[in-house]
Design a protein around this ligand. Structure first.
Ligand SMILES: [Zn+2]
Ligand SMILES: [Zn+2]
Length: 308
């Protein structure tokens, strides 16, 4: 690590960081979920999510600007525009599926399959496997090193007010508060991701993410409360703790990997991905593929349906 570059606002380029700058927001998470459920009209988003119109309008415009949604003349009478997922937007499907798989495993009220695979007709749990050896992706079998896009970037210091509502009309949501707390925020997943890079101590975390200490403290408390990290004291005077991933934390890896792969595909510069991952189980570069756990076929938005 080049210490001379380690000044106040520089962080290492990270695909997860780039992705969360776009989608790390509670409203964006639930809007995208509705898109995958086939919702495309402004009024229908508004009704299902009970979202303030100006907030909805701002989030939809942002998603259009980011080329995740596109506007098209509406197919519904009395509506002007539809918002449709672009190829880039549909490509977020793996991330959405792995978020649902995590929720199914760890949030008791959501312990039934949320998706049916139309290919085999079965309710199923999405699973990420290695493209080369078909073994389920486990963080403990993946190593990483700098990729061609490794660099230092200036952290975006734009402040965004945290959304706390975003879940009033619960029937329409197959998403738990717990999952929204986790992914509907641009810092929480980045704090969790540090665990996978072996960064465990507060000062190291702060140095890596360049976060204000109150924000880091808040997010750490949240993930400890959620049992994603556990605290272990490594020094008693003064007391200092490090943060270690629990099993619940480890099982977030496929979702974070799906997010990373999306960021590598859509947000990395021409130089390429900031990090390269290797699947030690087979020795090949890691490419995670999300499949149906019943029939092992890769999953696409048009071959799955939600079970509500
Ligand atoms: Zn492999
Ligand atoms: Zn299947």
């Amino acid at each position: 690590m080049n210490q001379s570059l380690d000044s106040r606002d520089l962080i290492r380029a990270s695909s997860i960081h780039r992705v969360l700058e776009i989608i790390g927001d509670r409203w964006v998470a639930v809007i995208l979920q509705q898109c995958f459920l086939g919702v495309h009209g402004f009024e229908e988003f508004q009704r299902r999510l009970d979202i303030p119109r100006s907030t909805l309008s701002a989030r939809l415009s942002m998603l259009v600007d980011q080329d995740i949604l596109s506007r098209a003349p509406s197919s519904t009478p009395n509506q002007r525009l539809d918002y449709l997922l672009t190829e880039k937007g549909r490509d977020l499907f793996d991330t959405a599926l792995m978020a649902l798989a995590w929720q199914q495993q760890w949030v008791p009220r959501f312990n039934q399959p949320a998706v049916r695979h139309l290919g085999c007709g079965q309710p199923m749990t999405p699973m990420m496997v290695c493209h080369e050896c078909s073994k389920p992706v486990d963080a403990r079998e993946v190593t990483f090193r700098d990729g061609p896009g490794a660099s230092w970037i200036t952290r975006n210091k734009r402040r965004r007010r945290r959304t706390t509502a975003a879940s009033s009309s619960r029937q329409a949501l197959a998403v738990s508060e717990e999952l929204l707390d986790l992914i509907g925020d641009r810092w929480t997943p980045q704090v969790v991701a540090l665990g996978f890079f072996g960064i465990r101590r507060f000062d190291e975390m702060q140095k890596t993410l360049k976060l204000a200490s109150n924000i880091l403290t808040d997010r750490l408390k949240r993930v400890v409360d959620m049992d994603i990290f556990r605290q272990r004291q490594y020094q008693s005077r003064p007391p200092r703790s490090e943060y270690l991933l629990t099993e619940k934390g480890f099982s977030l890896y496929p979702m974070l990997m799906a997010m990373t792969q999306w960021g590598d595909r859509w947000c990395a510069g021409p130089e390429g991905p900031p990090l390269l991952f290797r699947h030690e189980a087979c020795g090949k570069p890691l490419k995670g593929v999300v499949i149906c756990n019943q029939c092992q076929s890769p999953l696409k938005p048009d071959t799955t349906e939600a079970i509500i």
